[in-house]
Design a protein around this ligand. Structure first.
Ligand code: 5GP
Length: 184
């Protein structure tokens, strides 16, 4: 169970499971938790704000950060690079502030190496059918893209056993309640 001295928490899980909605609901419940802002090379989506949603950087900038050791973990996801800036996380942890990372699974594995005491939380879909429905319903992507995502999601689902805690996302508010309780 939760070690009160353990203040670095990772929320991970397959694409389409609803990680960002759960994090948004958690922010309302637990304003004391600091949510890390990642660097990414992917294009900004409508409504996103540089420095809030992500730090949007070029591949060259990302690789320079990585080479300087400024990233705590990094991963390639759907052809783009993502990474967690190390220093802001370390500063918050030193100050005793609970830190949450919302990242995909390859990154979660690297966090385990960075901080063996980190709490790794897996957000699971209520069922495979539900995840499939969410991934298919996301837009009008080509069939091949959807099939690739589904294949990726089934690999991601298999990682559940590597995590300390599993939260089933039957409802965003219940999942956020459970996450808030784990962070306390
Ligand atoms: P999106 O492009 O939809 O915002 O994010 C794609 C995936 O990348 C999501 O699963 C998200 O959790 C993950 N992600 C976001 N930031 C990071 C990060 O800094 N590191 C890793 N490993 N994954 C990240």
């Amino acid at each position: 169970m939760t070690d009160p001295t353990r203040r670095l928490t990772v929320l991970s899980g397959p694409a389409g499971v609803g990680k960002s909605s759960v994090v948004a609901a958690l922010r309302e419940r637990s304003p004391d938790v600091w949510v890390s802002v990642s660097a990414t090379t992917r294009a900004m989506r409508p409504g996103e704000v540089d420095g809030e949603s992500y730090f949007f950087v070029s591949v060259a900038e990302f690789e320079a950060m990585s080479a300087r050791g400024d990233l705590l973990e990094r991963a390639t996801y759907a052809g783009n690079l993502y990474g967690t800036p190390r220093r802001p996380v370390e500063e918050r942890l030193r100050a005793g502030v609970p830190v949450l990372l919302e990242i995909e699974i390859q990154g979660a594995r690297q966090v385990r190496a960075f901080d063996p005491d980190a709490l790794l939380v897996f957000l699971a879909p209520p069922s495979w059918e539900e995840l499939e429905r969410r991934l298919r319903g996301r837009g009008t992507e080509a069939q091949a893209v959807i099939e690739r995502r589904l294949a990726q999601a089934s690999v991601e689902l298999a990682a559940e056993g590597e995590f300390d805690e599993v939260i089933v996302n039957t409802s965003v508010s219940e999942a956020a309640d459970r996450l808030a309780a784990l962070l306390r």
